[in-house]
Design a protein around this ligand. Sequence first.
Ligand code: ADP
Length: 422
Amino acid sequence: MRLLAIAVPAVLVGALIGWTFGLAVLSGLLLMALLFNWQQLWRLRQWLLAPGLDNIPDAAGIWGDTFAAVHRLNREHARDRSRLAAALDRFRLAASVFPDGVVILDRENRIEWFNQIAAAQFGFDAGRDGGILITNLIRQPELAAYMAAAVPREALLVRGGHDGSARYSVVLIPFADDGRLLISRDVTQIEQIETMRRDFVANVSHELRTPLTVVLGLLEHLVDDAQLDPATRQRFLAMLQEQLSRMNRLVDDLLTLSRLESGAQPVADEDVDVVMLVEGLIEEGRALSGGRHTFDVDLAAMRLRANAAELTSAFGNLISNAVRYSPAGGRIAVRWEIDGTQPVFEVVDSGIGIAAEHIPRLTERFYRVDKGRSANTGGTGLGLAIVKHVLQRHQATLEIASNVGDGSCFRAVFPARRVVSD
Ligand code: ADP
């Protein structure tokens, strides 16, 4: 249509007035068309320099179609972009609530993105650490070696947290063509439990080895030496009995502790006649003391809602400790009384006492201030661990006060509601 609008007037003028005029009209009209196209091109260029949805140029004809097509493309592009942004937001949100640390790395192991958990685990800073090599931020040779391995297979354990005491299990997962995803999981607690388990097995083996070695040595003598005089033989047998009963005590204590810890047997509350229970234990204490200590006993006629077997075990351990850690001539006071509203079982001795730094650790399994003394007096190192567990199961607390050389005071404080009112 436009070509016709240029050609027809030019031919008409050429035919009617002369071909020179026709040519002039043609040139004039072509020039106008050229200017018009330049103007539209310029508008397109201006818009492309600052494209927006509302300032798209408007025109008729082929330019109008072109502008409309560009406009449509632009709208689709904007829609795709906002869809992509929404998807990315959702992904980020999902990654940020992910319970593990997530770090996205490029092919050179530079950090592209990480979630809050990873930031907290390794102290990353979103403003500062983007683009930094991860091995520069987590400076552990094992991690560098792990990252360098072409296809890491197994999880690696790395240190973290502000004081380096936390443990994270990290796995590197390749994704897309050159991206890598580092997932880190906090395994501090699992590691602690694992360490405790290992220590416990090592401790038990060690505790059993000492008496076992003695038993084997004695047996060797008894078997090899048929000429052993009866007095020596008798002494060896007595030593055998002592070592075997030590092993027996250890196994008993281990079983008690395991029962208490497994919680399989909940505290079956019964009305416990504490006076009778403690009097029985004092008899055992006197037997253990062999007359070397004086006992002061003061027991209030107060019954307790508790588990009698567990109380026997806990109170018995406290009394036996007072005897074993007090030199001959010492005094041991055993009290069952009410302190305010709370029933308290108290054992005070005039023994060797305990230095303050040991007190918080006494209830740990196999913790002893003086290993030699504990072993010599038949200790298993588990007594106070049993006491702690029994008291916990009764919602009671253990209070320890002691000074080296001045003796010790162990108090089991029960909740008031456990008193049986007559
Ligand atoms: P053990 O079998 O070694 O006595 P316990 O768990 O009963 O194990 O006690 C742990 C440690 O606490 C003992 O080895 C001892 O060092 C210390 N201890 C416990 N009771 C007393 C006490 N009455 N006087 C001094 N030290 C004590």
